[in-house]
Write a protein of this length. Structure first.
Length: 164
């Protein structure tokens, strides 16, 4: 399934002093590098300065929730992007890791109030993952970056109108 329509323009960062964190799973490093590159490029299109993205590598997707929570709890980040890949194998390991990553990252957002976006590929095959890491289907790192900008803007706008 290739993208048939051109990608819409990147959402623009509306707040001042926006700083994002990224936690990146090093397992499947080539895919992770491509997801991170897509996120960096898209954040630059959104107006984020190169020095306003702090990147931290972790061993795999299982470690992403704790890493994201650690960053979110510092209070320094407008959003945290989680990037990585889990590829189905012959054992139930895929199910456990995918579920822990997705549930844990959602919980980080809800528990801390800091948006944590899900740029973790959960694919049946390496070909599917490659298509979603800058290939024919797009780049999930770009999607995670767009979600981070939109959610950071929402938080900033809501705080401003509430007088926070």
């Amino acid at each position: 399934m290739a993208r048939t329509e051109p990608r819409p323009p990147a959402p623009r960062i509306t707040g001042e002093g926006v700083h994002f964190g990224a936690v990146v799973a090093g397992f499947h490093r080539e895919l992770a590098d491509r997801l991170l590159a897509g996120a960096r490029d898209r954040l630059a299109e959104s107006g984020l300065g190169a020095d306003a993205l702090e990147v931290h590598w972790v061993p795999g997707a299982f470690e992403l929730p704790l890493a994201a929570k650690t960053l979110a709890e510092t209070g320094r980040f407008s959003a945290v992007l989680a990037l990585g890949a889990v590829i189905r194998g012959e054992t139930p390991h895929f199910e456990y890791v995918s579920n822990i990553a997705a549930g844990g990252l959602s919980r980080v957002s809800l528990d801390t109030g800091v948006p944590c976006t899900f740029g973790v590929l959960t694919c049946d095959t390496m070909d599917q993952a490659e298509a979603r890491a800058g290939g024919s289907v797009g780049n999930a790192g770009e999607d995670a970056a767009d979600a981070a900008v939109v959610m950071a803007n929402l938080r900033a706008d809501t705080a401003a109108t509430a007088g926070i």
